[in-house]
Write a protein that binds this ligand. Structure first.
Ligand SMILES: [Zn+2]
Length: 174
C-alpha cells in the first residue's frame, strides 16, 4: 500500500467525470488499498479516486470513530438510487480543499448501489454521517465538490483563495 499525493483545488482533475470500472480486479483492489492508506494518513473519512488523480469510479470510506475498530468500505461504481425528502445538515470538509469547513444540507438518508472489493453487487441504506459522506464522495465522481452546495459568495471566496495559493506555490523556486 502506498500513500499517494492528493489532488488539491483548483486542479481541473477535480472537475472531470470519472469513468466506470469494468471489472473489479487486483488492480482495482490495489487502488482501493492505496486510497485507504492515503485517507487514513491524511486523516479523512472518505476519498474518491480522482482525489489521487485516478479518474475511475472508486470511493473509500471509514466513518468509525477513532476509539473504535477501523471499518473500511470500498464502493466501486456507486450509484445513489434513492434519497430521502428529509434533509440534514453537517459541517463538511474535503481533503482536496484543506482547512475549509462549511455546513451543507443534503438528503438525510440515501440508498446506494455499488460493487464491493470482490466485485459483488451490494445495496445499502445509509443515514447520518454515512449518508452525507456517501453523497460527498459520489459527487466527486461527477466532478462536483461540496463547495458547489454552499452560497456562491462563500464558494467564490474559497476558490479565489486556493487559486492564489496555487499560483504562489508555482512561483516558489523548488
Ligand atoms: Zn471531498
Amino acid at each position: 500500500m502506498t500513500i499517494r499525493p492528493l489532488v488539491i483545488l483548483p486542479d481541473p482533475l477535480l472537475r472531470r467525470v470519472c469513468d466506470p470500472v469494468a471489472v473489479v480486479d487486483d488492480e482495482v483492489r490495489a487502488l482501493a488499498d492505496d486510497m485507504l492508506e492515503t485517507m487514513y494518513d491524511a486523516p479523512g473519512i472518505g476519498l474518491a479516486a480522482c482525489q489521487i488523480g485516478v479518474m475511475r469510479r472508486v470511493v473509500v470510506l471509514d466513518i468509525a470513530r477513532e476509539e473504535d475498530e477501523p471499518a473500511p468500505m470500498v464502493l466501486v461504481n456507486p450509484e445513489i438510487v434513492w434519497s430521502s425528502d428529509e434533509l440534514s445538515t453537517y459541517q463538511e470538509g474535503c481533503l482536496s480543499i484543506p482547512d475549509f469547513y462549511e455546513d451543507v444540507e443534503r438528503p438525510a438518508a440515501v440508498r446506494v448501489r455499488f460493487l464491493d472489493r470482490n466485485g459483488a453487487a451490494q445495496e445499502i441504506e445509509a443515514d447520518g454521517l454515512l449518508a452525507t459522506c456517501v453523497q460527498h464522495e459520489v459527487d466527486h465522481l461527477d466532478g462536483v465538490l461540496f463547495i458547489d452546495h454552499i452560497s456562491k459568495l462563500k464558494r467564490d471566496r474559497v476558490v479565489r483563495k486556493f487559486a492564489k495559493a496555487a499560483k504562489e506555490a508555482s512561483r516558489t523556486p523548488a
